[in-house]
Write a protein that binds this ligand. Structure first.
Ligand SMILES: NC(=O)c1ccc[n+]([C@@H]2O[C@H](COP(=O)([O-])OP(=O)(O)OC[C@H]3O[C@@H](n4cnc5c(N)ncnc54)[C@H](O)[C@@H]3O)[C@@H](O)[C@H]2O)c1
Length: 401
């Protein structure tokens, strides 16, 4: 069976690496730099080993391409393209639309189309299927299914094999074929009654994280106002063996999922006349953390940041990955610059960001730790400035939340 995977980023390349053991995979991506790199056997995604890619390339079971016609003879297509927010912070399905166009214009026999991109309930039925039909030259009848991706880049304990996977087809035939496809490399497949349930479940999982992170971020501010340690209090609450799940405070939420997916759910809710006030407020609380942190740092530094050199330590959105999408570091830097600080950043894992290279971990007036990678030594962080503020709870000896 030949499988075409549209989008070779975090989700698409991860699936390619697993599927390559059992199927012939063509990875279609619009980015020619990524495609060239992949065809040389170099992975750009944490958790996908270059050695695995090379193995599949040598065995003739993997090839990346920018040529749409290369997907024409695929028996199954997986959509794994971005689903960001527009400038007005509304769901932006333009990448999905482009993927549908590629499928519609290039595949003229019935196949199975599986969407792994995250989107609001009804996307598969009311958007993807009609869009592919719109672009198809012939009136070909494809099968359609959704299987929202749950990959957590950089994580080693849960992977494609042992992470339960939700799925649902628009028909029984598409559900059966979807099960058959994933069962080779996923141990636990959970079929739900409709694609809308699978789509909503994915959004709710990430909304659950978003609101709990907002809650703990608000609690960090309350604990500070009470003069108690937020970390000690959370550890104390966490001794309860049931009914509590520990989240830790931070400078905000980052990555492609948690800051974005809840807005997809809120948009769907509001479109259907249901309130999403809790989700909207959680988003605000998380966004406001950056200003709260800068206020704390300013207050500790004689009430002014004017002309101070401030080093941001860790700009990735989470530890041990190079992903800077929606990183909270961005807003912290903006608030610091608005107050006249001279800001630089250090992140060995990210290396280059906004066409700037990582600065040395030394010589600042103030260091603010946004993300603590394992490679960053606590001793070096503490020595990098006379005043160090830690937002992660992972730098003992620093000031912090
Ligand atoms: N990154 C995660 O941890 C994660 C986890 C679960 C779900 N998701 C969801 O999966 C989807 C993909 O996310 P990602 O993190 O893999 O994105 P990504 O940005 O890492 O990769 C997307 C890739 O798609 C390519 N692309 C864009 N438009 C294209 C098109 N029309 N045709 C071909 N290629 C195209 C881009 O060049 C890019 O390489 C999103 O909906 C996201 O919300 C992501």
């Amino acid at each position: 069976m030949k499988v075409a995977i549209i989008g070779q980023g975090y989700v698409g390349l991860t699936i390619s690496a697993y599927a390559g053991e059992f199927y012939e995979v063509v990875g279609f991506d619009k980015n020619s730099r990524i495609v060239d790199q992949l065809n040389n056997g170099t992975s750009h995604i944490e958790g996908v080993e270059s050695a695995t890619l090379l193995r599949w390339i040598k065995a003739g079971r993997y090839r990346a391409t920018t040529c749409e016609a290369d997907i024409a003879d695929a028996d199954l297509v997986v959509i794994a393209v971005p689903t960001p927010l527009s400038d007005e912070r509304k769901p932006d399905l333009s990448f999905i639309e482009a993927a549908c166009k590629t499928i519609g214009e290039n595949i003229d026999r019935p196949i199975l189309v599986i969407n792994e991109s995250t989107s609001f309930p009804g996307t598969l039925r009311n958007y993807i299927k009609p869009a592919i039909e719109k672009y198809s030259k012939k009136s070909v009848v494809h099968q359609y299914a959704i299987s929202p991706e749950r990959v957590d880049p950089g994580r080693s304990d849960f992977n494609q094999k042992n992470t339960p996977r939700l799925f649902a087809g628009l028909t029984q035939e598409s559900s059966a074929k979807t099960r058959e496809f994933y069962s080779r490399f996923c141990d636990n497949l959970i079929e739900v009654s409709s694609p809308e349930v699978a789509e909503a479940a994915k959004l709710f999982e990430n909304t659950f994280r978003q609101v709990n992170i907002a809650l703990v971020n608000e609690f960090a501010q309350i604990a500070h106002s009470l003069g108690i340690s937020v970390y000690e209090t959370l550890d104390a609450a966490n001794t309860k063996p049931y009914g509590f799940m520990k989240f830790t405070p931070s400078a905000g939420v980052g990555g492609h999922c948690i800051p974005v997916d809840p807005t997809y759910l809120a948009a769907a809710a509001e479109e259907n006349g249901a309130p999403a006030t809790f989700i909207r407020r959680a988003n605000e609380v998380n966004l406001e953390m950056s200003e709260y942190i800068v206020n704390r740092v300013q207050a500790d530094n004689n009430g002014s940041l004017q002309g101070k050199s401030v080093l941001i330590v860790g700009v990735a959105y989470k530890p041990n990955v190079a992903d800077v999408r929606e990183t909270a570091a961005e807003l912290v830097i903006k608030h610091l610059r608005d107050r006249g600080a001279v800001v630089s950043w250090h992140d060995e894992v990210v290396g280059t960001w906004h066409e700037e290279i990582s600065s040395p971990l030394s010589g600042a007036d103030i260091s603010i730790v946004i993300t603590k990678h394992d490679v960053a030594s606590i001793r070096d962080i503490l020595a990098s400035a006379p005043y160090v503020f830690d937002t992660t709870g992972r730098v003992p000896g620093a000031k912090g939340l």
